[in-house]
Design a protein around this ligand. Structure first.
Ligand SMILES: [Zn+2]
Length: 223
């Protein structure tokens, strides 16, 4: 689907998916992105994008685009468990609109998606963080490096655990794959689809440090 031109993709989505926005029930021109453009634009928190310093990530600044509420929770479920790659692509495009200014402000070098475990990718059929990162990178002309770190533990879903269980669950979950070269010196963006307590990001930040990357920002679609 990704390789099809955009207008052809829209035709395919209009055949595959219901033509009504599940949030406002408005008729859709095509089913791409699940929500209608107005509902996408009005997602709560879409405009705020303030830097936050989550407790376990004291030195790393985190920005979240959209609030995790009833609508965005369903959006994430559709993306993760119903094979809706189009939602992941749309999220990447929206993140690029929200955070495009960071490319110049921080002289960004690359975007690194939070890796999924290979077993999870096989179950799901695709890696939604990689699709989001590719879409984000394409919009902003930013290279995507998905193989700097990898997830070596197939951890339980974080959303079902308490805060302390989340840290234990993720201990040793991420490892560097390679030492980075000069190409990656500079600030990189670590990108995740959903951020709750920040413990997943902490695991990735530590692995990125081991890989030789010191300067990074964390952005997330939902949190
Ligand atoms: Zn709508």
């Amino acid at each position: 689907m990704k390789t099809l031109p955009k207008n052809l993709r829209n035709v395919v989505y209009s055949l595959l998916f219901p033509l009504y926005c599940p949030s406002c029930e408005k008729h859709l021109d095509n089913g791409r992105g699940w929500l209608c453009p107005e509902c996408w634009s009005s997602l709560i928190g879409a405009e705020k994008g303030q830097w936050q310093h989550l407790k376990p990530l004291k030195k790393i600044a985190v920005k979240v685009a959209f609030q995790y509420d009833d609508v965005t929770r369903m959006l994430v479920q559709q993306m993760k468990f119903n094979g809706r790659i189009d939602i992941a692509e749309m999220i990447g495009e929206k993140l690029a609109l929200c955070f495009g200014n960071l490319v110049v402000d921080y002289q960004l070098k690359a975007v690194i998606p939070v890796p999924l475990h290979p077993v999870r990718v096989r179950e799901r059929g695709y890696d939604q963080n990689l699709v989001i990162a590719n879409s984000f990178g394409r919009e902003l002309n930013l290279p995507v490096y998905p193989k700097v770190i990898k997830r070596i533990k197939n951890t339980k879903p974080q959303s079902r655990l308490s805060n302390s269980e989340r840290m234990t669950n993720l201990r040793g979950a991420f490892k560097p794959v390679m030492k980075t070269n000069d190409k990656l010196s500079g600030t990189v963006i670590l990108l995740d689809d959903v951020i709750h307590t920040g413990s997943t990001a902490v695991g990735c930040v530590n692995a990125l440090n081991e890989a030789g990357i010191k300067d990074m920002l964390v952005i997330s679609a939902f949190g």
